[in-house]
Design a protein around this ligand. Structure first.
Ligand code: AMP
Ligand code: MG
Length: 843
């Protein structure tokens, strides 16, 4: 290695694992970006000070520790080496602030500027000094270095050496850093790799608190801090003794639960900074250099784990890796084979703050070290630092571009809450320990307090009331045809009698297999009027699919055309109750075979009353024109019928119009349609056709996630109020609603009346605000279940642990999170279900 050592070069050395990591990070970094790997310590020195002598002492430090003179350069192969020159020019600046006021601010400015000045790893020294004189007996020494030279453990050693060199106190010769590098080279890497492969076996996904973003640049982190009270600290410490685990293990287990909770995972990986000082190397604790390493900690939380079983396992698993901490993170990650494994880090700070040693070294020089303040840095989204003391101290460094101070503080609060829970009952099952803070639990309950009285009525009651209230105004328009409420009611009445004559009745299914027409609306209401269960069937579906539905639903009547002649049976039409089934809708869902969702009248009426109150009446006093574009076999088509029931004029678009965005946009403009409910994908195409130049007064989106471009376009457009409606068929059309004008980014909103939304993790625990979890819906809108499929129904409609006894909640498969304002944001699906033009498809 030293064969071609140029003159003036004392040594050529390999890099330690973390040096390698830092070296590669620095090569990815754009030169202009801040260098978060500049570390800084500011020494507050009191007493008489000889500036030249201090400067000479700092220079002597570089002589004493050759590795502090290192430069880092690539070989021709690209592999980096550290070059140790025999001498380097000391980087020393002096600033006299005597008489400057305010001096403190000026020191801070000098220090900040120094931190901001990037080191070029190829140009040593990577350590520089600024001595600031504030007054005769008051100085600050700003020491700024690149992290690649030294770790946090080394910093106090360096301070001790510096003060001793200044005082002329003799120091024993240090063990050189190259001894450690030699030790590293001698390790059996194959064994180390095998140990890590085993430790990470089965990790299939990284644990990320922030979405992976390869373009993300390092920033200076912000920090929040907290203490665990002394009583809890003592209890936790006593527990560690009793269980034979370290405090580090306790913090790591708690962090695993916390990060698992924040990411919805029970197989959690995070990073830990280890001291990396091998016990086999005598004198290692007095060596200066970069020894620390960042290693993955993998913690699997099992369903039946208690605190004690988890602590025990974490302790054992980590102990098994103690001898293998010298591999670089990159090499360890290669063993797992999925790239970066984590984006949070824990640092257990137990530096040798050797105050006595420092005091002894200062000798009789008269100079005193009054305080040390430091600046450290990280590029991880979250870094937890732990300082063990009578009262455990936690710091959380966070990237301010990814987290707010409030969120960061909330994370620390949850951590201390977890440790308090541990101290209170170490035998508790972890499935009962959630991450909610007391205020949060109340907030979630408040956002779900949606109770509102609703009439025990059926859709038929609402329809008959409406006909009585406005008999002679237009109710439905289809192409050139139109019917008033009275005309519609007459047709409905005739067809309903015929249906009863054919065998329709309560809880009996009538399949409507009609081309989209005026008759579709008549048949829809007639089935309900007959007290039967409405099953809309799309005539365009393959014959075998239609046959399957008719058989599966055991249809009592199949209506393929509406009779126009013949006797009308003189039967009495039934009274329809709110507990009767109103419709059955087939959806492909996520289990392959189509399944019929059975919805009762009461759920439809609840949804109707909510929308009448919160949308119709809020937006208009007038009768308006409402366009219905959805397929009638899609539950969102109820949206149109509701407006009709509320007294507005329903325009049922024909197939040609609803399938052609240009025709549709033209119809809306020409006929003065005031309300339009479409999927975001159709809305995108309508916007391209100029819909927003002459928009409906109300534009409702629903059926799939709205993109932010569309959201912004609707929000910014004049003369249109946008609303986003979310809901699975299993919970009656719409269960969540968000006004587009209320938020700059897409939201699915808040639960409608008598509806509760729960965002839960895999153990059905509520997740904190801002954390993604699966959406479960409870309350009045829940469907009865899947027709004739009790097993499937029990799988998706589960017991509601937050409601009264016997209550159920529907597992949507949608991943959402609460915003701080109590609205829900859509994140994605937890399964393979996709939506194509609003239709559910299982991949
Ligand atoms: P469906 O049963 O056909 O109404 O489909 C319900 C599914 O469509 C939901 O579970 C969501 O995955 C998706 N969905 C419906 N409305 C929205 C919306 N406004 N935003 C995002 N996804 C939606
Ligand atoms: Mg829906």
């Amino acid at each position: 290695m030293s064969a071609s050592k140029p003159a003036g070069l004392q040594d050529i050395l390999p890099l330690s694992p973390l040096q390698e990591g830092l070296y590669f990070l620095s090569t990815f970094d754009e030169p202009a970006a801040v260098d978060v790997y500049s570390v800084q310590q500011i020494l507050d020195l009191t007493g008489p000070l000889d500036a030249d002598r201090l400067r000479a002492a700092a220079a002597a430090l570089l002589d004493r520790h050759p590795n502090l003179r290192a430069a880092f350069r690539p070989r021709k192969t690209g592999e980096p080496v550290q070059l140790i020159p025999a001498k380097v020019t000391q980087a020393w600046t002096f600033a006299d602030l005597t008489g400057v006021s305010p001096a403190e601010a000026e020191v801070e400015r000098i220090a900040a500027e120094d931190r901001g000045r990037r080191f070029d790893l190829g140009k040593p020294p990577l350590l520089r000094w600024t001595l600031v004189r504030l007054a005769d007996n008051a100085h600050r020494l700003v020491m700024t270095g690149h992290h690649i030279l030294l770790d946090g453990w080394s910093a106090p050693l360096l301070v001790r050496d510096l003060l001793a060199l200044y005082a002329g106190t003799p120091l024993p010769a240090p063990r050189p850093y190259r001894d450690y590098l030699a030790w590293l080279t001698a390790q059996d890497r194959a064994t180390g790799r095998a140990a890590w492969r085993q430790a990470l076996d089965g990790v299939t996904e990284p644990t990320l608190v922030a979405p992976a973003d390869p373009t993300r640049r390092p920033v200076v982190p912000a920090v929040v801090g907290t203490h665990l009270d002394a009583g809890t600290t003592a209890a936790v410490t006593a527990l560690t003794r009793r269980l034979g685990v370290t405090l580090n293990t306790v913090v790591q287990a708690a962090w695993a639960l916390l990060v698992g909770g924040l990411t919805g995972r029970d197989d959690v990986v995070f990073g830990a900074t280890v001291s990396g000082r091998p016990a086999q190397l005598t004198g290692v604790e007095d060596m200066v250099g970069l020894f620390i390493n960042t290693l993955p900690v993998r913690v699997r939380v099992r369903r039946d784990d208690t605190w004690t079983s988890l602590l025990d396992r974490v302790q054992r698993e980590q102990a098994a890796l103690l001898d293998h901490q010298y591999l670089s993170l990159a090499e360890i990650q290669r063993q797992a084979g999925i790239g970066a494994l984590f984006d949070t880090l824990t640092v257990f700070e137990s530096y040798p703050l050797d105050e006595e040693g420092i005091a002894a070294g200062q000798g009789a020089s008269g100079l005193r070290l009054a305080a040390v303040t430091g600046h450290d840095a990280t590029h991880y989204p979250l870094t937890l630092t732990v300082v063990p003391d009578m009262s455990l101290t936690f710091g959380l460094e966070y990237r301010p571009d990814l987290f707010t101070a409030e969120t960061a503080a909330g994370i620390l609060d949850r951590l201390t809450a977890l440790l308090r829970a541990l101290a209170t009952d170490p035998s508790a099952r972890l499935s009962t320990v959630d991450l909610l803070l007391p205020g949060e639990r109340a907030g979630l309950a408040r956002w779900n307090s949606t109770a509102h009285p609703v009439a025990a009525a059926s859709v038929v009651d609402v329809f008959l009331e409406r006909v009585a209230a406005s008999p002679d105004v237009p109710a439905v328009v289809f192409g050139s045809q139109s019917l008033t409420y009275n005309e519609l009611a007459d047709r409905v009445d005739v067809l309903a009698r015929r249906l009863v004559g054919m065998g329709a009745g309560p809880e009996r299914v009538v399949a409507v297999v009609l081309p989209r027409s005026m008759d579709s609306v008549v048949a829809w209401l007639a089935v309900l009027r007959a007290g039967a269960v409405y099953l809309p069937v799309d005539v365009d579906l393959p014959a075998d699919r239609i046959a399957f539905m008719l058989a599966d639903a055991d249809a009592a009547v199949v209506l393929r055309s509406v009779p126009t002649s013949g006797d009308v049976p003189l039967v009495e039409l039934p009274v329809v109750s709110s507990r009767q089934a109103a419709y059955v809708l087939y959806t492909s869902g996520s289990t392959g075979k189509p399944k019929g969702v059975v919805v009762e009248h009461g759920a439809v009426v609840n949804f109707f009353e909510h929308h009448r109150r919160e949308i119709f009446e809020r937006l208009t006093d007038n009768r308006i024109r409402v366009g219905l574009s959805a397929a009638l076999s899609f539950d969102t088509s109820w949206e149109g019928v509701l407006w009709l029931l509320a007294g507005h004029e329903l325009h049922l678009f024909d197939d040609e119009t609803r399938r052609d965005p240009a025709l549709l946009a033209g119809y809306v403009a020409r006929n003065g349609i005031d309300f339009l409910d479409v999927t975001p994908s159709l809305a995108d195409r309508l916007v391209a056709e100029g819909l927003l130049d002459n928009p409906p007064a109300i534009l409702a989106l629903g059926g799939e996630a709205a993109g932010s471009a569309l959201w912004t376009a609707v929000r910014d457009a004049d003369n249109v109020t946008g609303v986003n409606l979310y809901g699975p068929t299993e919970a009656t059309v719409d269960t969540l609603m968000a006004w587009i004008g209320d938020s700059a980014t897409p939201l699915v909103g808040r639960p409608i009346a008598n509806t509760r939304a729960h965002v839960l993790d895999g153990a059905l625990r509520q997740v904190p605000v801002g954390v993604a979890g699966e959406l479960y819906i409870a309350g009045t809108p829940l469907a009865r279940g899947y027709l004739g499929r009790p097993g499937l129904t029990a799988e998706r409609f589960v017991a509601d642990p937050f409601g009264g006894p016997g209550g159920r909640m529907y597992r949507t498969g949608d991943v959402v999170r609460w915003t701080a304002g109590g609205s829900l944001e859509y994140v994605g699906r937890s399964d393979d279900q996709v939506k194509i033009r609003g239709f559910r498809i299982e991949l």
